[in-house]
Design a protein around this ligand. Sequence first.
Ligand code: DAT
Ligand code: MG
Length: 138
Amino acid sequence: MSELQQTLVLVKPDGVKRNLIGEIIRRCEAKGYVVLDLKKIQPSRALLEEHYAEHVGKPFFEPLVEFMLSGDVVAIRLEGHGVIDGFRSLAGSTNPTSAAPGTIRGDLGREWGTKVVQNLVHGSDSPESAERELGLWF
Ligand code: DAT
Ligand code: MG
């Protein structure tokens, strides 16, 4: 049995530019999860470097930060039993080319030939990450 949890969902700049905020929130709500809080912001480089600290030193780190700085981001505090794994499952795997149909990344995403994969959404990957990331963004 899964605990009542909260997770951080981000609609990344590609999702905002493609007017997919509503479609992404619709999928979360249709699943039964509850939007407890949300905001549209232009994150600072410092916030993004902290958020993606686990990826410092990887070849896609700088392109990732630049991509996340390229437009507004929508941050969502999402709640539900098992929502941390549940949202990751709704989002699909990291690469949108191979993400399963039925998932956000699989249905709505594709590769665009960029150095960093643009895949519409972020979701926290563990209870520890969720607590840390929600503290950074809210
Ligand atoms: P996820 O967002 O599925 O948790 P991640 O945390 O490993 O994936 O990576 C963060 C983001 O960085 C990911 O959403 C897309 C990009 N990315 C990850 N691995 C990559 C790679 N090998 N090449 C290009 N971009 C990558
Ligand atoms: Mg991740």
